[in-house]
Design a protein around this ligand. Structure first.
Ligand code: C2E
Ligand code: CA
Ligand code: CA
Ligand code: CA
Length: 278
């Protein structure tokens, strides 16, 4: 048993080492990526399922590494967050997405832009100034910018979070809770958060219509959001059945592969709105 224990430990620490090495490697590569502009954004349409019109786009970061190719955000965002590099990367995302949005506006589109904020950015003392400076610089109406936050970012120090949300609202931007239903936010706090939009997490949507519990939960989230005068966006919508269910339950804004994968800026402008599935 002793020998086995030792072997197990040895194996475990080797695995830990490999993971730590990979983190260190990614951290170094991230610093380089910032310097040599290896990031880009893609934009996933958000659709009003009744009209079939695009009402917004969510900006999603992409890292195209010169030798390793595409590295998914789920792999590098947590490392960027842990090292603090996310603040610089997040500022770039904000500027780039606002620039894209102002081009959209100049071409006569009426779509809003959503960006994902990380916990570190949300706590950053300069966040308010960075947002207001960027909006001024690009000349974008604040109401067109939606900032997505997660429940876990708001829990911890709830009072401080509410203050920060209020400061953000003063800028005139919209606030969304992303991945709603997967975090720990208590419903009693929800009504104190000055948020405009709930995004129903894909985990509730993906097994509709097979899973009746998920259907009940999704319908309940939509009904609750409406009682709190919030809009609802369903994420990860992949099938016509899911669209029909969401429409029946009064969730009119949908986002997912059924309508479109995230697109490059060129693809957005090449796409005729009429080719969107309705
Ligand atoms: P998220 O904010 O929940 O974004 C939705 C993710 O689901 C995106 O993955 C999107 O490509 C994917 N998706 C969209 N529609 C469907 C669908 O119908 N089916 C399935 N299976 N997936 C769908 P992506 O782009 O890999 O991003 C993953 C996560 O990385 C995001 O989750 C977000 O938490 C984070 N992230 C992405 N871009 C940024 C960013 O600029 N800043 C920060 N802080 N985080 C980001
Ligand atoms: Ca999001
Ligand atoms: Ca989400
Ligand atoms: Ca997610």
């Amino acid at each position: 048993a002793k020998a086995k224990g030792r072997n197990t430990f040895h194996f475990y620490s080797q695995e830990l080492n490999a993971a730590a090495n990979e983190r260190l490697h990614i951290e170094n590569e991230l610093r380089q990526a910032i310097k040599s502009q290896q990031f880009s954004l893609q934009y996933q349409p958000q659709i009003d399922s009744r009209s079939g019109k695009i009402v917004g786009y969510e900006a999603l970061i992409r890292w195209n590494h010169p030798t390793e190719g595409g590295i998914p955000p789920t792999k590098f965002i947590p490392i960027a967050e842990a090292t603090g590099l996310i603040v610089e990367i997040g500022t770039w995302v904000l500027k780039e997405a606002c620039r894209f949005s102002s081009v959209l506006k100049s071409k006569g589109y009426t779509a809003d832009i959503s960006i994902n904020l990380s916990a570190r950015q949300f706590k950053d003392a300069n966040l308010i100034e960075t947002i207001s400076h960027t909006l001024d610089e690009v000349g974008l109406p604040p109401s067109m910018l939606h900032l997505e936050l997660t429940e876990s970012m708001l829990m911890g120090d709830v009072e401080a979070a509410i203050e920060q949300l209020k400061e953000m609202k003063k800028l005139g931007v919209s606030l969304s809770i992303d991945d709603f239903g997967t975090g720990y936010s208590s419903l009693s706090y929800l009504k104190r958060f000055p948020v405009d939009v709930l995004k129903v997490d894909r985990s509730f949507v993906k097994d509709i219509p097979e899973d009746s519990n998920d259907m009940e939960i999704t319908a309940a989230i939509i009904a609750m959001a409406q009682k709190l005068s919030m809009k609802v966006v369903a994420e990860g919508v992949e099938t016509a059945e899911q669209v029909a269910f969401l429409q029946r339950n009064n969730c009119h804004i949908v986002q997912g592969y059924y309508y479109s994968a995230p697109l490059t800026e060129q693809q957005v402008f090449a796409q005729e709105p009429s080719i969107m599935r309705v």
